[in-house]
Unconditional design. Sequence first.
Length: 289
Amino acid sequence: MLATALVSGLSLGSIYGLIALGFTLTFAVSGTVNFAQGSSVMLGAVFCYALAMGLHWPMPIAIPLALVACAIWGLIVERVAVRPFVARGSNAWLMATVALGIVLDNVVMVLFGKEPRALPSSLADDPWVIGTVGIFPLQVLVPIVGLALALAVHLGMHRTSLGLKLRAAVENPDAARLMSIDVTMLIALTYAAAALLAGIGGILIAPLYNVAYDMGTLFGIKAFAVAILGGLTNPWGVVIAGLGYGLVEACATTWLGSSSTQIVTFSAVIAALVLAPSGLFGGRTRVRV
């Protein structure tokens, strides 16, 4: 039971960390976060399902197109629900991103239907049996992909010219503009990247669960809790917090039952934040209003 909980927890935790990285990206560059991030999780899974199962396109084509759709969605969120309010010095983007996510969820409900659907994958069909423990290959792949993407984000921020521009925009947006850095475009790109990361999470988790119009709601809430817990300004802290959250959730489900899972995990988050209000690995943060 312990081994099964560990495997499941690491897999889930990697997804939470991956989605939470999106919160970290947008907050670091713009001081705002996308509360429609959970909808990006759903959009990636639903779009992939529609292309692969509805149109019978091969996965190597369906997955990139689904991720492109997620990136475009991120651009729409930034342009429609964030930029106009930030430009006026209003914090209404908080509600606007929530509202836009609800709109997308309900549009998908109308077009896709309410019934959850399975997304078949050869990586989630035949488990590897190690002793008495059965592990799906996808459960091993998910943490690898999650950590690899976290490393890619880290290297991109510190080893590329685009990352240098992003860091300049974070440190001093006005000075960055004087250096001909298009800060507005960079913020839009981070929203696209954040939605893309969430879409990857949705596609990875879909074969292990079900594809549904509301699947991203709880994932988005948990990922935001992970982002706060890890420290919004610390990408690696967010990833570590995601893994920890996933392990606590899996252990609570295994030994206490699914009815107690959310009670235990969110109580643990509250307790941790009482001890470390800025997150376990974060410094002081400033939300743009």
